[in-house]
Design a protein around this ligand. Structure first.
Ligand SMILES: [Zn+2]
Length: 106
């Protein structure tokens, strides 16, 4: 399975997910069913290969942000952060690698 970054090109927020598929066409179909693209027109759904995330495949078609090991890899290696920081960030396993978290402490 190959990892693809997926997003709604028409969405205002810079909100992305990662899906796993055999090819870009399949990835786009999967992305269309994800929360990130729930309000998207199919033609606005974009996918892009993300080889660095191939190893994060755990049998689900979409990445699981709530899986601690996965989240740690996303934040540490791919520079992800949650869209809005909240009190939940206090207990986040990846906070020491999170750019947003540092902003709070200053
Ligand atoms: Zn956070």
């Amino acid at each position: 399975m190959k990892a693809y970054l997926a997003w709604d090109n028409a969405a205002y927020e810079n909100y992305e997910t990662i899906v796993f598929a055999e090819n870009a066409k399949e990835a786009k179909k999967i992305a269309f069913t994800c929360e990130v693209c729930e309000n998207a027109d199919y033609i606005q759904v974009r996918v892009k290969r993300l080889p660095e995330a191939d190893k994060l495949y755990k049998g689900r078609v979409e990445i699981d942000w709530w899986d601690e090991e996965t989240r740690l890899a996303l934040v540490k290696e791919l520079g992800w952060a949650c869209l809005e920081t909240s009190s939940e960030c206090d207990t986040c396993s990846a906070k020491e690698y999170c750019g947003n978290w540092e902003d709070i402490e200053e």
